[in-house]
Design a protein around this ligand. Structure first.
Ligand code: FAD
Length: 311
């Protein structure tokens, strides 16, 4: 019991990844809830707004923030075995980011800055330095907020998630990860081990625009992440991820298809507006209105498209 008379969460720090996975498997089999504590920047806020729990209902809090198996950033240049699930979608120059890597680590990594500037730009915009020093990509992904900055950037990069349990590893394209508002295919005995990104060529144009109330500590009203490869006036690769316009981060599939369909010069602003509006379903909430979000969504994508036309 705490001094306030509240029951304390049971807490455990596993030695390594195998011990964590064994623990998750046993608890999942018994139907017991486990919280993986990475940076704690989502979970502590969640706890703050939730009603006090009673002793019998408290989940076990497992510290995964320092697990070796979830750390590290590597740029491999390898091609994955096509037989692995999702493996055939990855190419040379694969950036692998451990699930427990923080935004600050992303900001500081020279390879990320040079080869994936979209991720570096996103990481600079998350909360303030204190949040960046603790918050992780896996926490952002697992929380599944439709406003998640990290998820938006990873959506534009068409990232693949490496999920692991005692049953083995599986690769899930981010586009297939969410099943609804804050719901995903992550099983109770699984964790997010890493994120893998088949990098676009160095110098590929990208956009990161976060529209919010103020520069720091604001959740977006709308945010756009985008990356493209443009050859002879047409997109040969186009990834888009948009925050706060749908129950999950939006991939804008119709807009992507339009951008890839023909030379950029032949795509009229009216067509972009129509496809963006077909791709988003924003709501009125405490941060903005659906109408403003629709307006900003169209403006952000149109601006990126104009920039690509000048390439
Ligand atoms: C002041 C403030 C400002 C913020 N600003 C932003 C912002 O600008 N943009 C933004 O996107 N977010 C923002 N956030 C939200 C938060 O910081 C991010 O979502 C962050 O990435 C969460 O990561 P974490 O490591 O702290 O997650 P935690 O709180 O540790 O965990 C969150 C959830 O993820 C699960 N989890 C953690 N690691 C794993 C794993 N490896 N595998 C499976 N599940 C896992 C946990 O079980 C838990 O359910 C802000 C939060 C605060 C408090």
């Amino acid at each position: 019991m705490s001094v306030a008379g509240l029951p304390l969460h049971p807490f455990f720090t596993p030695r390594d990844l195998p011990e964590t996975l064994d623990l998750l498997a046993g608890r999942a089999a018994r139907g017991e809830k486990t919280v993986l504590l990475a940076g704690g920047t989502d979970w502590f806020v969640e706890r703050h707004v939730a009603p006090p729990e009673t002793a019998g209902t408290l989940p076990l809090v497992v510290d995964v923030s320092r697990l070796d198996g979830l750390g590290g950033i590597s740029l491999d240049g390898h091609t994955l075995d096509g037989d692995e699930p999702g493996g055939d979608t990855l190419h040379a120059d694969t950036l692998r980011i451990g699930g427990a890597v923080t935004y600050l680590e992303l900001r500081r990594d020279a390879r990320v800055a040079a080869r994936c500037p979209l991720l570096a730009a996103m990481a600079r915009d998350v909360g303030a330095l204190q949040i960046q020093a603790r918050g992780t990509l896996a926490g952002n992904l697992a929380s599944g907020s439709p406003a998640a900055d990290g998820v938006s950037a990873l959506a534009a990069l068409d990232a693949t998630l490496l999920l692991r349990s005692v049953r083995g590893a599986r690769r899930v394209p981010l586009a297939g990860f969410y099943t609804g508002y804050r719901k995903s295919v992550l099983a109770p005995d699984e964790l997010i081990e890493a994120v893998e990104i088949a990098l676009p060529p160095a110098g590929a144009p990208y956009v990161w625009r976060k529209v919010g109330t103020r520069q720091a500590q604001a959740i977006s009203k709308v945010a756009l992440a985008g990356v493209a490869v443009v050859e002879d006036g047409r997109c040969t690769r186009l990834g888009l991820g948009m925050a706060s316009v749908a129950p999950t981060v939006a991939f804008l599939p119709a807009t992507r298809a339009l951008g890839l369909s023909r030379p950029l010069a032949g795509i009229a602003p009216g067509e972009i507006e129509a496809t963006v509006l077909a791709d988003v379903s924003p709501i009125d909430d405490i941060r903005s209105t659906a109408a403003y979000r629709r307006h900003v969504a169209v403006a952000l994508v149109t601006g990126f498209c104009e920039e690509l036309k000048r390439r």
